[in-house]
Design a protein around this ligand. Structure first.
Ligand code: PFF
Length: 474
């Protein structure tokens, strides 16, 4: 079969400076196995781990929620991740092309690919706004403006950051420019190179912050909050939130892992890579919680502060702590690096579509798609400051522009994409191709049957529950 060969070359019409057409170009590939794992872990580890996971853990009462989340990662997230990487590697194409090759050019399954491209496009347009807040806070920390503010100073400060059009637009533009700059470099010289720099730096910063948290009075209380089993605070809604978050945090259902998988060679171990990426992602989410909650408890604040946990409660505590300036520089830079390695993967999905399917050059694809996403992000940047995208929009649609996009992506696009990937891989994909690609390079061959069973039955049922919850049936 043509696709089993895993050929890394494809003919592409390219225009040279002299106007010649027809040069054979090599499709981008990872320089090394570890490079792929770092880039994919970089996609997974993001605002979802350091901002969202701790606050939803806080809101859902801690321990029992964390246990359910771990089960969701292992039984639902991990199998879907392996399936996505497999779809990418076996087709050597980004999501739309992958589904065309694997299901047929006119097949309805191609819509899974489209959903991924559209989802990544929309997610990046507003993810960049939250990343911009982190950038802003990193700047405020570096310039010493967070020192000694206390609660009376920090709360209005966040209000200012959140509701200033100019600040939000500038940070959004800077963050998008950083993302575009990395993706312009290509797969191994851009995405992989930056993952190799940013991921170890991020881990080192996290360890430094964790060491600081060990020394705080609130550490034992945080430990029991995050790891103690308090089933009384767990609700059905909490269980489904854990499930939904396992998709978001592992970057599933958006074509990101299909795209990154498409730059793999045939002898790489998909199962080992998926386990490593999921473990790293989980480790970072748990460590971030053990960085944040000791600070929260030591300063007598509430763990259930919601989205403001990182942008209000933490700066309040850090602004009163000895060495708080250094800690807040470390923390907010960590947040920016984590967001950047994730945003890179979203832009790569969109750019790869134009490179693979429309034969655009990488420069053109990255600059045009990055520019358009930055423009589409403007209403999100203005959701906290203008009535048009804030209050007026909410009066009609129930939520402001930013929250509406987040609701659509988190509750519908990601689970739908994950469902499509699971059902296609388990029920519709060519069996020999699936078997061959799962096993090639694989050291844990015995997982094949259980993986397939999870994709066939457990994953679809679990996702249907997420939908039923989203429409209010359960
Ligand atoms: N996994 C990222 C996070 O936890 O912040 C978010 C994300 C990135 C979701 C890329 C989806 C995606 F395609």
């Amino acid at each position: 079969m043509w696709y089993l060969g895993g050929s890394v070359f494809r003919a592409r019409k390219t225009h040279t400076s002299t106007g010649e057409v027809g040069v054979l170009e090599q499709r981008g590939h990872w320089g090394s196995r570890i490079g792929f794992v770092l880039a994919a872990a970089g996609s997974a580890i993001g605002l979802g781990n350091i901002w969202k996971f701790p606050y939803i853990t806080g809101v859902n009462g801690g321990g029992a929620f964390v246990m359910i989340y771990l089960v969701c990662i292992a039984l639902v997230g991990l199998p879907v991740m392996a399936a996505e990487i497999l779809l990418g590697r076996s087709s050597q194409s980004s999501p739309v092309g992958a589904m065309k090759k694997l299901a047929g050019p006119r097949s309805a399954w191609v819509s899974i690919g489209w959903l991924g491209v559209a989802g990544s496009f929309i997610l990046l347009s507003y993810y960049s706004i939250v990343a911009g807040w982190a950038l802003n806070y990193a700047w405020l920390s570096l310039t010493g403006r967070l020192v000694g503010l206390g609660p009376e100073g920090v709360e209005p400060l966040f209000g200012e950051v959140f509701s200033s059009s100019a600040t939000n637009l500038v940070s959004h533009a800077v963050f998008m420019a950083l993302t575009v700059a990395v993706v312009l470099g290509g797969v191994s010289k851009g995405v992989e190179r930056w993952a190799r720099i940013l991921m170890p730096t991020l881990m080192a910063m996290l360890v430094a912050l964790l060491i600081n948290s060990f020394t705080l009075d609130g550490f034992p209380q945080a430990l029991s909050f995050v790891f103690g089993i308090h089933t009384e605070s767990l609700t059905a809604g909490g269980v489904l939130e854990a499930l939904g978050h396992s998709f978001f945090t592992l970057s599933l259902g958006m074509g990101a892992m299909i795209t990154y998988g498409s730059y793999l060679r045939k002898d790489d171990d998909i199962v080992a890579a998926s386990i490593t990426i999921s473990l790293l992602d989980t480790l970072v989410a748990l460590t971030a919680s053990m960085v944040l909650f000791p600070i929260i408890f030591s300063y007598g604040m509430q763990p259930s502060a919601g989205p403001g946990l990182v942008f209000i409660s933490i700066p309040i505590a850090l602004s009163q702590m000895t060495g708080g300036m250094l800690l807040s520089i470390l923390f907010f830079l960590l947040l920016v690096f984590a967001a950047l390695t994730s945003s890179i993967s979203m832009l790569e999905v969109v750019a790869a579509y134009f490179i693979d399917e429309r034969q655009w050059t990488r420069n053109r694809a990255t600059l045009v798609t990055g520019g358009v996403i930055a423009l589409v992000g403007i209403p999100s940047a203005l959701s906290g400051s203008t009535a048009l995208f804030g209050a007026d929009f909410a009066a009609i649609f129930g939520k402001n522009w930013f929250d509406t996009l987040d609701y659509l992506v988190s509750n519908w696009v990601l689970p739908l994409g994950g469902l499509g990937v699971a059902v296609f891989t388990a029920w519709r994909m060519d069996e020999a191709l699936r078997h061959d690609h799962f096993l090639s390079g694989c050291r844990m061959r015995f997982f094949y049957k259980s993986w397939l069973w999870l994709l066939k039955f457990l994953v679809p049922v679990a996702i249907v529950f997420v939908f039923l919850h989203a429409i209010g049936v359960i």
